[in-house]
Design a protein around this ligand. Structure first.
Ligand SMILES: Nc1ncnc2c1ncn2[C@@H]1O[C@H](COP(=O)(O)OP(=O)(O)OP(=O)(O)O)[C@@H](O)[C@H]1O
Ligand SMILES: [Mg+2]
Length: 333
C-alpha cells in the first residue's frame, strides 16, 4: 500500500544515520558564523565531476546533494521515482525532461515544500527529510519557482528585504523597539541594493513588483534568493517566458553564481542554454532519472531521445542540437 505523503515513515539506512548528528539548527548557526564566500571570476566548464562515464545515478566526486529512493505519488500517478541521484558541488547541473517528467515535484520535495512517500536525501551531509522549507533555505539550499513569487504590492526593494534571514524586527516585541534592529535593517537594505544593482534592477527599487516584466521578475526571484547567501541555488525554469533581450543577462547571472562559489541546479527546456552553461545534465522522464552526463554526450543518449519523442511525437529533432528539440513551455506552470 502506498503510504500517505507526510505520514510516511522515512526509512533511514544505517550508514546514513550519522548525517543526523548535526541538527538543522546547528547547520544554520555554523553558516551564520562563517563569512560569505568571496567571489572569483573565472569561467571554465567543470570536468571530471563523476566517477566514471555518465549513467543514471552515477556517484560524483564531491556531491553536495544525494538523493535515495525518493518517490512521490499523486493518486495513481508516480510523479517522482528517483532511485539514486548525486548533484556535483561547485558545478552547474541542468535537470531536463519533457513536460510532466517530475522536475518541479522533485524540487518541491528536496526543498521541503512537499513530502515524499518514501526516500531520504542529504544536503552537504545533513539529512533534509522532514526539514521544513524555511530551514532548508537557512541551511543554504534555496530555490526559485517556475511561476515567479514576487509580492506584487510590495516594492522591489521590500521584496528583496523579505529574503534576508534572521530579521530581529520580525518578532512582535522587538518590532516595538526599533533601536534593537535598526542597524541590521540598514545592513539588509545595503545588501539588497547591492544585489539589485548587480541584477540591474536598482532603477526599479521603489516600483511595485507588479510593474516588472516577466524577465525582470525572474531576475528579482534570483536576486532575492541570494539575500540568504546560499551554497546551493535551485532554479526552476529561470529562462521560461523571458524576453530574448534579457536571456543573455539571466544566463550570465547563472554563470556568475558558479563563479562566486555556489552550486547551481536548474531546470531548463531550451537545449541551447543547457549546452551553453551546464557542466552536467540529468534527464528525467516519467519521474525517473533516465540519463546523466556532460551536455555534449547526454543529448545523444537513446533514452533521452526516446523520452522526448515519447512526449512530443510531432517535433523536429533537428531543431537545436541535431537530436533534441527545444520544447516550448510558455504557459506551462
Ligand atoms: N499537486 C499535484 N497534484 C496532482 N498531480 C500533480 C501535482 N503536481 C504535479 N502533479 C503531476 O505530477 C507529474 C509531474 O509534474 P511536474 O510539475 O513535477 O512536472 P515537470 O517536469 O516540472 O513539468 P513541466 O516541464 O511542465 O514543468 C505530472 O503528471 C503532474 O500532472
Ligand atoms: Mg515544472
Amino acid at each position: 500500500m502506498v503510504p500517505e505523503p507526510g505520514t510516511a515513515e522515512q526509512e533511514v539506512p544505517a550508514e546514513q544515520e550519522d548525517v543526523h548528528a548535526a541538527s538543522p539548527e546547528d547547520v544554520v548557526a555554523e553558516r551564520e558564523a562563517a563569512e560569505p564566500a568571496a567571489g572569483s571570476i573565472k569561467r571554465v566548464k567543470s570536468t571530471g565531476l563523476a566517477q566514471g562515464p555518465g549513467t543514471p545515478g552515477i556517484p560524483k566526486v564531491d556531491p553536495i546533494l544525494i538523493v535515495d529512493n525518493v518517490t512521490r505519488n499523486f493518486g495513481g500517478v508516480t510523479a517522482v521515482d528517483v532511485n539514486h541521484l548525486e548533484i556535483p558541488r561547485h558545478a552547474i547541473t541542468a535537470l531536463i525532461g519533457p513536460n510532466g517528467a517530475g522536475k518541479t515535484t522533485l524540487f518541491n520535495l528536496l526543498c521541503g515544500f512537499d513530502k515524499p512517500n518514501t526516500g531520504t536525501w542529504t544536503y552537504d551531509g545533513h539529512s533534509l527529510a522532514g526539514v521544513p522549507s524555511f530551514k532548508v533555505a537557512r541551511m543554504g539550499q534555496v530555490r526559485t519557482f517556475q511561476l515567479t513569487k514576487a509580492l506584487s504590492l510590495l516594492s522591489v526593494l521590500e521584496n528583496m528585504k523579505l529574503g534576508a534571514k534572521n530579521q530581529r524586527g520580525e518578532s512582535f516585541w522587538a518590532a516595538l523597539m526599533p533601536w534593537t534592529w535598526k542597524k541590521q535593517e540598514i545592513e539588509i537594505t545595503e545588501k539588497a541594493r547591492d544585489l539589485l544593482k548587480r541584477f540591474k534592477l536598482d532603477a526599479k527599487e521603489q516600483d511595485f513588483a507588479a510593474s516588472l516584466s516577466g524577465g525582470q521578475r525572474k531576475l528579482l526571484d534570483m536576486a532575492r534568493a541570494l539575500m540568504n547567501d546560499p551554497n546551493l541555488v535551485m532554479l526552476d525554469e529561470p529562462m521560461a517566458g523571458v524576453n530574448p533581450a534579457l536571456t543573455q543577462s539571466l544566463l550570465d547571472h547563472v554563470l556568475d553564481l558558479k563563479d562566486r562559489g555556489m552550486t547551481v541546479l536548474f531546470v531548463e527546456h531550451d537545449m541551447h542554454m543547457v549546452r551553453h552553461i551546464a557542466d552536467w545534465v540529468v534527464v528525467m522522464a516519467e519521474g525517473k532519472i533516465v540519463a546523466e552526463g556532460p551536455p555534449e554526450t547526454v543529448m545523444e543518449d537513446q533514452a533521452v531521445i526516446d523520452a522526448y519523442l515519447g512526449a512530443h511525437q510531432d517535433v523536429d529533432l533537428g531543431v537545436v542540437t541535431g537530436r533534441i528539440p527545444t520544447i516550448d513551455t510558455k504557459g506551462s506552470k
